[in-house]
Write a protein that binds this ligand. Sequence first.
Ligand SMILES: Cc1ncc(COP(=O)(O)O)c(C=O)c1O
Length: 386
Amino acid sequence: MKLANRIEQLPPYLFVEISKKINEKRAQGIDVITFAIGDPDLPTPDRILDVLHAASDEPANHRYPESEGLPELRQAVADWYGSRFGVTLDRDTEVLPLIGAKEGIGHMALCLIDPGDIALVPDPAYPVYSIGTMFAGGETHWLPLEEENGWLPDLGAIPEDVARKAKVIWVNYPNNPTGAVADIGFYNELVAFAKKYDIAVCHDAPYSEIAYDGYRPVSLLEAKDAMDVGIEFHSLSKSYNMTGWRVGMAVGNAGLINALMRVKSNLDSGIPQAVQLMAIEALRGSQDCVAENVAVYQRRRDKLVAALTKIGMSVVPPQASLYVWARIPEGYTSADYAAKLIEEAAVVVTPGSGYGKYGEGYVRLSLTLPDDQVEEGARRIAELAS
Ligand SMILES: Cc1ncc(COP(=O)(O)O)c(C=O)c1O
């Protein structure tokens, strides 16, 4: 049996490989500390679980949901965007609930890319932007993100012929893996660029609520004319510790939302209705739980940054996101350094090169593990360095 070429072209999913390594070590009885995946260790808040418990007894929630989501959920999303970002959205045309942001991002490529089309994708980046492009038969033109540019793409460096052929530009702030943030000036420039070349802007923003020291990330949709060309992907995964429930949303330009809805309605049957009710509760109820999460991550960030700095690693404390992005010591590739940490210290970090060639020289450490493990992990890294 011959599989499709797109399967042959797929690189192994980074975290599947890392999980395999962790399982091997644990099977040998080794106490592994993992800073790898950004999956909150904190539980979903009780007020959200209470809704699930009640909803599970209701037969209406045992049936197929509607692909486009409950109107009450779309309204809750619109209201949340209004209060959080001052952005007005029409729940019927500008909001689409998703089975997590990842699914929406992957399917978006099918809306924008025909075979041979170009997508502008940052490097380093969450892999799904370029994989979705490949699945749709398109080509990725990489936009280097570098420390000296604050990990923002240099739009002026995109060759004119590439910009003319491109169909979409992907961006993600607060950024995974670098922890960088973008301000409204950047989004204004991005929208102006997209309008000039008549391309879509897809902004992936699942970390907008995980920000430190009082910093408040902005939405792409706050930028001038963003609704003409932009769509923003968002998620309840990180803000409300709901990675396992799979719920997120796309918001923005009505034409883009409608295209995504048409793709999705042919491929999936929507979010389980009980989970949609959880999402309504998450967005409409008290937001204290988000502030409590952020306080926990900020404490862990401070511990980890202090420990890594102490051993001479160059680390900028992230203003947002769940990640510390650390420059590795000279003389290693990021894959070699990550391998050394797991082999010699049973500490798992993600090599920056797993996010693209411009991630080389860095490793990513996630803050989603208990404080005592953050301390123990930092201690082991320090011991190895000494
Ligand atoms: C940048 C980025 N986008 C999207 C996602 C996926 O989020 P969700 O759980 O909503 O699918 C992640 C998850 O880690 C992410 O880091």
